[in-house]
Design a protein around this ligand. Structure first.
Ligand code: NAP
Length: 242
């Protein structure tokens, strides 16, 4: 059982989620690192977080699989006894122009990026309601705000997460649970490594891509540094969408 506050970060083996887990560990939270299959990356993140002196485990489960999520949350509660912070971060892209987008591309992205928020937040919010406190941060994207060509599936999922964030913030405020979203611009991770970086940087007022840490610090702020922000979508995009 944990005496510290506990954070569950989905998709925390790599990229933005990994850095969110590290920043929350630096803030003294015990950490559950969720991942889909990359055990090597998950174990590397796990070691780095343990070295910060908090309790941590890596848990492999597919956030788009309701039964797998429920089983994992039960295990987490048996082991940690509480969940104070949830970062719904796990996500994928399956880009393509809509005319050529097949049903698998559509469903994979909606299931992994949007339906997962239902599967994970449903049991976790019940735990937070019992605790009478909690903080949820959903990883949206500027794609969900301004739409992106070739990303009809992804923009839909991320716009859905923004609506989910606002509705849930209203429902859960009376239980002392805050719900916010972060909308990253282009961040240097495996997800963006094949994009034409120079052309993108041209469009960004601050003239650089984001680093995972840029996003993770915003997540940490919303998750644990503030007590009075809820229902907000914080863009962290170097000024790309102003
Ligand atoms: P990434 O480097 O590709 O990492 C994705 C992470 O999600 C990995 O930890 C992966 O686990 C995990 N994951 C994928 N599918 C999963 C599933 N079904 N169940 C559990 N975990 C799963 O991605 P990223 O760039 O850090 O993106 C993280 C989030 O930020 C995503 O929601 C993404 O949409 C959002 N975002 C990213 C950018 C950007 O520019 N990078 C911009 C806006 C928003 P494994 O390692 O096991 O595969």
């Amino acid at each position: 059982m944990s005496e510290n506050k506990v954070a569950l970060v989905t998709g925390a083996s790599r990229g933005i989620g990994r850095q969110c887990a590290i920043e929350l560990a630096k803030a003294g939270l015990d950490i559950i690192i969720n991942y889909a299959g990359n055990e090597e990356a998950a174990n590397k993140t796990l070691e780095e977080i343990k070295a910060l002196g908090v309790k941590a485990v890596a848990k492999k489960f597919n956030v788009a699989d309701k039964e797998a999520v429920e089983a994992a949350i039960k295990e987490i509660m048996d082991e940690f006894g509480r969940i104070d912070v949830l970062v719904n971060n796990a996500g994928i892209t399956r880009d393509g122009l809509f005319m050529r987008m097949n049903e698998t591309q559509w469903l994979d992205v909606i299931n992994t990026n949007l339906n997962s928020a239902y599967y994970v937040t449903n049991p976790v919010s019940k735990i937070m309601i019992k605790q009478r406190s909690g903080s949820i941060v959903n990883m949206a994207s500027i794609s969900g705000i301004y739409g992106n060509m070739g990303q009809a599936n992804y923009s839909t999922a991320k716009a859905g997460l923004i609506g989910f964030t606002k509705a849930l913030a209203k429902e859960l405020a009376s239980r002392n649970i805050r719900v916010n979203a972060v909308a990253p611009g282009f961040v240097q991770t495996d997800m963006t490594k094949d994009l034409p970086q120079e052309a993108i940087i041209e469009r960004i007022p601050l003239k650089r891509l984001g680093e995972p840490k840029d996003i993770a610090l915003a997540v940490k702020f919303l998750a644990v540094d503030t007590d009075y922000v809820t229902g907000q979508v914080l863009s962290v995009d170097g000024g790309l969408v102003i």
